[in-house]
Every structure is written in C-alpha cells, then in structure tokens.
Design a protein. Structure first.
Length: 257
C-alpha cells in the first residue's frame, strides 16, 4: 500500500512508519472486537502497550457504538499493530479494520489508546455512510474530536485549530478539503465541530448522527439554518483577530461570549 493512499492520523510534518513487517509482529491477546499485536523491536514496551490497549479497547468501542447509533462495523475484529514510530497512525482505507499505531516513546499507553480510537472511529464513519469522509477534512476533523474526547490529555501536538486560526481562514465548512493531511482544513473542521457542541450545545452523539457531505449540512440538520460559516468565523474573529498569532493548547476554545 502506497503511503500516500493510506488514511492517516498524524502530527504536522510527521513521517509515518512503514506498514508493519509481519515477521516482527507478536500477538499479545484479543477481546471480542480486537486482536492486538506488537512489534518485537519495541522490546518490553511492546507487551505493556498491547496490554494497555486490550484493557480499554472494548470500553472505547462501546462509546464509539453509542456515538454512531449502535452500528457494528463490517470486517471485525479490528487488528491493531503497535510498531516503532513517532508519526501517528494509519490504515489502508477508511473501512479497513487493520490499524497501525506508532508507539512513540513506548511509555505512553494513553497516547496509543487515543490512536486506536482515532483510526477505529474512521471505520465507524465508513460503515455509517452518512457523509463523514475520513479521507477529507470533515471526517478527519471528527476523528480527532472523538479521539480527544476519550483521551484529552493526549491531543498535545496533534492539535490543529491554531493552524487554521493562523492562516487566511478559508471556508472548509461549506466545502470539504479532499485530504486528511492539510492541517489548515483539519483545524477548521475540529473548530467547527467543537463550535457545534460547546457553543451551540449539540451533543457529540447528535453531531455524529447528523452526518452530511459537508459540515454546513451537519449544521443545517441540527439547527435548520444554512448560516454556518459566517457566524462561526465572526465569533472567532471577535476573540482571535486574524493576523494575531494564536497558540491554542487544544482544539476547543468554546464557549466564547
């Protein structure tokens, strides 16, 4: 699989690890919906990270099912491969249930758990088929919001909201950017989804289940209004004027008064 065609959850500018070498993978265990492997090169960190994922995988899967209206993805179980790397996570297509997650330092279990959620939620999107596209800015934005909801302390360098606020602020609400690697468009998406929930008061479950081809359509389904990008960007302009450098610690500055 060409890396350019993989669906990714990555740090800005990061190089993802290559697809895993099956000869180096060791199965650590399984649950009802997951089989977890680690790469031998991780040494003693491999089993530790794999055990951490196994301990919370079903709980996190259950929360994803709630958000996505109780659906069960096809092609289960998920196969999780934990490998050496510092970039993020990937899978071959939005519906592919084989997830490759970088171990980073090998010491942060919650970071790897967050990566599993970020890739698994994209599989739910593909099976829901309501308009969330994990290969475009709207779906990648949702992927990051859901992963951060379960593991907020791990967002850290993965935060993208400032990338959009420090740009010329193009409209990726009424249109999608057909890539999951542009941190400006992803930043717009995560900000708008968090605006829907923390400013306008819609639950994550209602947002996920209102999926549409654009975030404007999600907003219309929730509010009945097509006035989406204008009020959103005006609110942010009042608190984060364009041209003034912004360095948000996370992707959710809302609610704003």
């Amino acid at each position: 699989m060409n890396q350019a065609s993989r669906r990714v959850f990555a740090l800005p500018g990061a190089q993802l690890s290559a697809p895993p070498d099956a000869r180096l993978l060791r199965q650590r265990g399984s649950t009802a919906h997951f089989v977890v492997f680690y790469d031998d090169r991780l040494g003693s960190n491999g089993p530790t990270l794999a055990d951490a994922v196994l301990a919370t995988a079903e709980r996190d899967y259950g929360q994803l099912q709630v958000w996505f209206g109780g659906i069960t993805p096809a092609s289960l179980p998920f196969t999780v491969n934990i490998v050496p790397g510092q970039g993020g996570a990937s899978h071959a297509t939005c519906a592919d249930t084989t997830l490759t997650c970088d171990a980073f330092s090998g010491q942060n279990s919650d970071l790897v758990r967050m990566l599993v959620v970020a890739e698994a939620d994209e599989v739910f999107m593909a099976n829901q088929a309501a308009g969330w596209d994990c290969g475009a800015s709207n779906g990648e934005g949702l992927s990051r919001v859901l992963a951060a909801e379960l593991y907020p302390a791990q967002l850290d360098g993965f935060a993208t909201a400032s990338s959009w606020l420090n740009s010329d602020r193009p409209d990726f609400v009424s249109r999608n950017d057909p890539t999951d690697t542009n941190f400006v468009s992803i930043g717009c998406s995560v900000l708008f989804i968090n605006y829907l929930r923390s400013q306008l008061g819609h639950s994550l479950t209602s947002i996920v289940q209102a999926g549409g081809p654009t975030l404007q359509e999600v907003h219309r389904a929730l509010t009945g209004s097509t006035a989406a990008f204008g009020p959103f960007t005006a609110l942010l302009q009042g608190h984060f004027p364009a041209g003034t450098p912004v360095n948000l610690p996370n992707d959710n500055p809302f609610p704003l008064s």
